[in-house]
Ligand binder design. Structure first.
Ligand SMILES: Nc1ncnc2c1ncn2[C@@H]1O[C@H](COP(=O)(O)OP(=O)(O)O)[C@@H](O)[C@H]1O
Ligand SMILES: Nc1ccn([C@H]2C[C@H](O)[C@@H](COP(=O)(O)OP(=O)(O)O)O2)c(=O)n1
Length: 221
């Protein structure tokens, strides 16, 4: 299949990264995790003022969206790596001490605009790509082949996140209810003709992957 673009939205720990990794491996797609940009900027804010991050985002942060299958250096499994001023910070961006910065970056509209421009430049480079994040269907890939909204009960998502990071020390574990932004995105995606909503609460990852592939075949046909 060529010319495949997929967007995956959904709340924290609903399984977006897992599904996107499966789809990228199965279909040979590049993978852009937009949350990695927000987390990288939260890290970068420890070192640079926000004005500099906004104006020099494209040169300070370099994404490598080709998929890496292996756990990197024994750390958390990451789909792709990211460099900040030339340094690979992929394993440093998940610390809970960055949660405050993450909130500031997420709420900074000027920053969000620059992040979107950066992501648009990245997706333009790839004919086949899956992008993951809180608003990718609406903002980044409105013309994707398929828009997936992934969800799962909050208690299940919290348990999954705890299990995921059990061995990795002080990681960001916050798992709240779906936010207003999540629900807005969900409603916008429901209104799209080529959309698929998957509740993964009782469906293991391979079942979710099969459902997504079936949805893609239906809309790509
Ligand atoms: N369908 C599923 N069933 C059970 N566990 C899952 C499922 N999808 C993902 N997981 C696990 O839940 C955790 C969070 O998944 P992840 O893909 O990182 O979520 P997100 O990217 O939405 O935050 C991971 O440990 C992952 O292995
Ligand atoms: N497209 C995006 C991606 C992430 N964010 C914000 C909101 C998220 O809490 C943080 C971190 O993103 P990340 O994808 O790692 O978060 P979740 O695992 O979905 O909770 O960034 C966003 O506002 N828009």
């Amino acid at each position: 299949m060529s010319g495949v673009t997929l967007s995956i939205d959904g709340p924290t720990a609903s399984g977006k990264t897992t599904l996107a990794t499966g789809l990228a491996e199965e279909l040979g797609l590049a993978f852009l995790d937009t949350g990695v940009t927000f987390r990288s900027l939260a890290y970068a804010l420890e070192h640079e003022p926000v004005e500099k991050l906004r104006t020099e985002l494209g040169s300070l942060l370099v994404h490598q969206p080709e998929i890496h299958h292996r756990r990197r250096g024994g750390g958390i499994r990451q789909p792709h790596s990211v460099l900040f001023k030339g340094e690979d910070i992929t394993q440093k961006i998940w610390h809970s001490s960055l949660d405050g910065n993450l909130k500031s970056i997420s709420q900074d509209q000027a920053c969000r605009r620059e992040i979107l421009l950066l992501h648009q430049r990245i997706v333009e480079k790839y004919e086949n790509i899956v992008a993951v994040g809180r608003d990718v269907a609406v903002t980044l890939l409105p013309r994707a082949s398929l828009h997936i909204y992934l969800t799962a009960d909050q208690a299940i998502r919290r348990e999954r996140r705890r299990a995921q990071y059990r061995d990795f020390g002080d990681r960001s574990l916050a798992v709240g209810p779906a936010t207003a932004r999540d629900l807005e995105n969900r409603d916008a995606i429901r209104a799209m003709p080529n959309a698929l909503e998957i509740d993964s609460t009782y469906s293991p990852a391979p079942v979710v992957l099969t459902a997504a592939l079936r949805g893609l075949r239906r809309y790509a046909a």
